[in-house]
Design a protein around this ligand. Structure first.
Ligand SMILES: Nc1ncnc2c1ncn2[C@@H]1O[C@H](COP(=O)(O)OP(=O)(O)OP(=O)(O)O)[C@@H](O)[C@H]1O
Length: 339
């Protein structure tokens, strides 16, 4: 069994939405108020007397190139929305990339902690600590009865979104996926694509999170998502086992073909990579291929458009990117010790 159920769960994320008392929400605040929010958050973290003050790096959206901002999105360190806010968007990101504090997104603060595998409780503990540190110097907009006040009513209360990013190739191949996702939606969970709201589920990867933030404690919300994640993990594992038992040749053929293309292609779009990667990841978990899934997951981040251009250090048009992507994937796949 893989550590933290990584055969199915790529990562766990906790994010907290917070606003500062007496400053209007980002949608209606002035530029000066936006600046003030940044100053307060900087002081709360970088000016604190804790080890955290030395571990965070600041990123001001307006000072970053489009590729740099896009790369942060591709690494899940900031949201697509924040990357587009070149007026007063700002982020503090921990040097090990596990914690990001997004400033002037939909709310003044979005604190997120992402860890590999199924580790929602650990992510919560970390996000909670950062939240407490900020609260030492900042007064949050908080109502005794309702809880934390947020820009969008769906986040009011605890302001928490707990999510898991899951890889579900076998449920997809066997056609059980729509039933599973429908039942998940029916019990009040949101199902999103790999880059969050409004994005596609590329590579059979889905993000499942809570919709409700009010009337339940943070721990209860986390327990619910964890419970759903555990059920999905066991359904996916069962589907993988059944599939491999009943259609051994077909699965080996599918995995082998995907690996063949990934190791020999000359031109490859992100979408094609994601489809093939899903089969190779499945093949690795089933033991058909001797490939480390941690390395596949790193490769999946590296081949995204902005990250690829950062790796090559040049700006590339879409076709050039497809050529370089194929070149990069082939070099990494064939580097056996590395993959
Ligand atoms: N479990 C996860 N692992 C890695 N990244 C995640 C995970 N869940 C969400 N993300 C990333 O966080 C970013 C924001 O996602 P999303 O829009 O779903 O969340 P949100 O900011 O909490 O939502 P909202 O603004 O709707 O309240 C996206 O880039 C998404 O890929």
């Amino acid at each position: 069994m893989l550590k933290y159920d990584k055969d199915v769960v790529l990562s766990s994320r906790i994010r907290l939405a917070r606003n500062i008392k007496d400053i209007p929400f980002p949608t209606v605040m002035t530029e000066e108020q936006g600046r003030k929010v940044i100053d307060l958050v900087r002081k709360a973290i970088l000016g604190s007397n804790t080890i955290l003050s030395t571990q965070f790096v600041e990123y001001e959206m307006k000072k970053l190139t489009l590729i740099d901002r896009q790369s942060l999105v591709e690494k899940h360190l900031i949201s697509p929305d924040l990357s587009q806010n070149t007026k007063n968007g700002y982020a503090l990101i921990k040097d090990d990339n596990t914690v990001s504090i997004m400033v002037n997104e939909e709310d003044h603060l979005r604190i997120q902690c992402i860890l590999e595998g199924l580790r929602l409780n650990e992510s919560w503990d970390t996000a909670d600590k950062v939240d407490d540190l900020i609260e030492e110097t900042i007064d949050y907009a908080y109502d005794e009865k309702i809880g934390y006040l947020t820009s969008c009513p769906t986040n009011v209360g605890t302001g928490i979104r707990a999510s898991v990013m899951v890889h579900l190739p076998a449920l997809t191949i066997t056609g059980q996926i729509s039933n599973i996702l429908n039942s998940v939606s029916k019990i009040g969970m949101a199902v999103r694509g790999i880059y969050g709201e409004g994005t596609q589920a590329l590579g059979d990867i889905y993000q499942i999170s809570n919709q409700v933030t009010l009337g339940q404690s943070e721990r209860e919300i986390i327990e619910n998502i964890e419970g759903v994640a555990r059920q999905i993990i066991s359904s996916e594992r069962k589907a993988r086992e059944d599939l491999y038992k009943k259609q051994r040749i077909q699965i080996e053929d599918r995995v082998g073909r995907a690996f063949g293309i990934l190791s020999h292609a000359k031109v490859m779009s992100t979408k094609e990579y994601m489809t093939l990667m899903s089969d190779v990841r499945l093949g690795a978990v089933l033991g058909i291929l001797d490939v480390d899934i941690n390395k596949i997951d790193i490769l999946t981040t590296h081949i995204q458009p902005a990250n690829l251009q950062k790796i090559y250090g040049i700006q590339l048009d879409p076709y050039e990117r497809d050529v370089k992507r194929a070149e990069y994937v082939v070099s990494q796949i064939n580097k056996n010790d590395n993959l």
